[in-house]
Each structure stands twice: as C-alpha cells, then as structure tokens.
Design a protein around this ligand. Structure first.
Ligand code: HSE
Length: 307
C-alpha cells in the first residue's frame, strides 16, 4: 500500500440550524479552509488567512487535537505533526470554522496514518469533539444535511443542495463564541415552542429540497435559539426582517452567530444592501457577499505519494 507523506484537504464552511433546525440542519458553503498535514519529529504549525496571529500554533490547535484524537482512537503513536492551514472561514462568526478544523484534522490524519476509517466513523468522532453534528456533517459530506445523535452513533441524511439558490452572507465585525451562545439558551422550552420548531424544521427542509421558495421565509422561523441569542447580536431580528422585506426567500442566524444568512432567487443587491443597512442602524459594521451551496464536502487535494 502506498504511503502519504503529505495530505491536503479542502473543507467547506457551513451554516447550521437554518432557523428552526437547531442542532440538526446544516448546509455546506462555497468558502473553504485548506489543511496540509504531514508527520514530523516535532510539532510545527503555520497559519495564513483568517485566524493568523490568533489561532494556537501548538498542540492545542484544534486541527491537531482532532488529528491526535484519530491517532489515539486507532492506537497509533505520532511524535509530532507539521501543519499548514490556510483559512478563508472567519472565526467565531457561525460559519463552521471549528468544524472545518476538526474535519480537516480527522481526514488528513486518517489518510496519513492509513487508519481506514470511513466518513461515517469520522462523523461520529467529529460530533463527539464538536458536541453537535449540524456543522461537522455538511463540512464532511457537503450539501444539505439532517442529523440526529443516537446513543452510540450519529444518523446523518445528506441531500444535494440546490445550486440555483443564492446564499447571502452578512458577517458583523464582532465575534460570538458558540459556548457563549449556548449559555444563553434555556434549559426547558414549552410544548408549544417545541411543536412550532419541529413543524417548521421539517417544512424548511422540504421547502428547500422541493424548491418551494414561495413558502420558505414563512416557515424558516425559530423559537428555540434565535430569540435567546438576540441579546448577543445587536440588530439580529431587524436584519432578518430587512432581508425578508427586501425579497429574501428566508433568513436566519447562521449557526450560533454572529453571521446572518439570507436565501435568494432574485433581488440580490437590494437584499444585501437592506441587511447591511439594518446592521448599521445598530452601529454594527458588516461584510456582505453572495455565495452558493457546496455539494462536494471535504475533498482531498494535492496528495504527494511515495512508493
Ligand atoms: N447548532 C449549533 C448552535 C451550531 O446553534 O449552537 C453552532 O455550532
């Protein structure tokens, strides 16, 4: 069997929840981080792009923690790693930067160590590290994913995401950590709110798959997390409302924020302009652009193979 000296993987950004599908629905985006990993005598880390000067350069780097976890779970000893990462996904903005790191570390280590785990096994480990599957699943598989965690495993159903849908990404200057955004959630919710979300999560998924854009904004509503997170994201509700008033087919907090995503099939310029303006009304500067769904997921690139 040939041995890889260096493995490179490209991992997409993701948007999780899609409004009502809390900890369940996720969508891969056309924005990428690249992870290049090789075995080394001592661990070294080089980072360019987002997080340069901010992310750890030692063993507490999340990519290396994932790689170490894979080595440990497959009973292998690794003296050190050489990691080069180039990041396009901004940190702590709800676009899956930590999931991309975890998935990147697991896939590259799996190849380097010839561990032979399949993507379902990698999803299980990634979910254990991340705590929930809705970002790691689309980062791994691409497309639109619906997941639930079972006692011993993760059930993940992947669907192709419609490429005709434009996805507006509006990223405020400020960060929101997922830990902070989960701390503001209630321990209990009412039966009414649970039914509200279950029914809308199902309709959101069905509307996207069926291309029923005329119903999407009506059903992409949430009572489980967005209202509780509004205090962390000035203007959140107003930006979502501005997107819909300007013609978006739906809009939501991306993951745990701070980014807001909007889905559109037309009126793109007006939608982004309205969203940026709504944030500006709260003195929040935001970067805004359009992207598309990614249907490939994490892809191995540029392998150098010896023997
Ligand atoms: N479902 C998660 C949340 C995604 O909303 O907290 C963030 O990682």
């Amino acid at each position: 069997m040939s041995r890889h000296d260096l493995v490179t993987v490209r991992v997409p950004a993701t948007t999780a929840n899609l409004g009502p599908g809390f900890d369940c629905l996720g969508l891969a985006l056309d924005i990428y981080n690249t992870v290049e990993l090789s075995l080394a005598v001592e661990t070294t880390v080089q980072i360019t792009g987002e997080g340069q000067g901010q992310l750890p350069l030692g063993p507490n780097n999340l990519i290396l923690q994932a790689a170490d976890r894979l080595a440990e779970q497959t009973g292998q000893q690794v003296p050190g790693w050489h990691l080069r990462q180039h990041n396009e996904i901004p940190l702590a903005r709800g676009l899956g930067s930590s999931s991309a790191a975890i998935v990147g570390g697991l896939i590259t280590a799996n190849e380097l160590l010839q561990a032979g785990l399949d993507r379902q096994q990698l999803l299980k480990i990634a979910t254990e590290i991340e705590g929930h599957p809705d970002n790691v699943a689309p980062a791994l598989y691409g497309g639109l994913t619906a997941c639930c965690v079972e006692a011993e495993d993760v059930c993940c159903i992947r669907l192709d995401a419609p490429r005709e849908l434009d996805i507006g990404v509006v990223i405020p200057r400020f960060e929101v950590s997922t830990r902070q955004a989960r701390q503001v959630l209630p321990e209990q919710v009412s039966f009414d709110d649970a039914v509200f979300n279950v029914s809308r999560a199902a309709c959101t998924l069905a509307a996207i798959v069926a291309g029923r854009w005329e119903v999407l904004s009506g059903v992409m509503k949430d009572r489980l997390h967005q209202p509780h997170r509004a205090s962390l994201i000035p203007g959140m509700e107003e930006v979502i409302a501005a997107a819909e008033e300007a013609g978006a087919r739906g809009a939501a907090l991306s993951g745990s924020g701070s980014t807001i995503v909007a889905f559109a099939t037309d009126r793109q310029d007006a939608i982004l302009e309205a969203m940026v303006k709504a944030f500006a009304n709260f003195n929040v500067e935001a970067t805004a652009f359009w992207t598309k769904a990614n249907n490939q997921g994490a892809v191995l690139v540029g392998e150098e193979v010896s023997q």
